[in-house]
Design a protein around this ligand. Structure first.
Ligand SMILES: [Zn+2]
Ligand SMILES: [Zn+2]
Length: 138
């Protein structure tokens, strides 16, 4: 497999001790299969209802998919300014430029934090209602 950005041969790399990715030693980008990005999200974000890859903006990229050679599509990930290249033709996976993987992790950590804070507030509120209810019905 060749790098879609600079045509250097991709090498296998064990990413953060959890999965194997195809890594470009020249531009430090990496290729992730769809299920691999799913695992990346699972690390800090395991709520399936809030997970997923919302596409907000799509444009053609000049770069070819390293697996099938079809042109990749560039899209914006969720509501953030993160841009990923994906094989839209055959759903092979994503290309992350150098540093974009850290951005994905950061977004997931941030989202997971927001949701756990919200849950905490909700359960405190529910606890208060329960207490009030039991006081009123005694
Ligand atoms: Zn490269
Ligand atoms: Zn492809």
């Amino acid at each position: 497999m060749d790098c879609p950005k600079c045509s250097t041969s991709l090498t296998k790399k064990y990413y953060k001790g959890m999965m194997e990715v195809d890594y470009c030693p020249a531009c430090r980008g990496m290729w992730l299969d769809f299920h691999e990005l799913d695992r990346l999200e699972d690390v800090t974000f395991d709520d399936d209802a809030h997970k997923g890859s919302l596409v907000h903006h799509e444009t053609d990229s000049a770069c070819p998919c390293p697996i099938c050679g079809e042109k990749l599509q560039e899209f914006q990930y969720r509501l953030y300014s993160l841009k990923l290249d994906t094989c839209a033709a055959n759903n092979h996976g994503f290309w992350l430029d150098a540093g974009e993987d850290e951005r994905v992790m950061e977004i997931m950590r941030q989202r997971a934090g927001e949701i756990s804070r919200k849950r905490q507030a909700e359960s405190q509120w529910a606890g208060l209602l329960k207490t009030m209810h039991s006081l009123l019905t005694k």
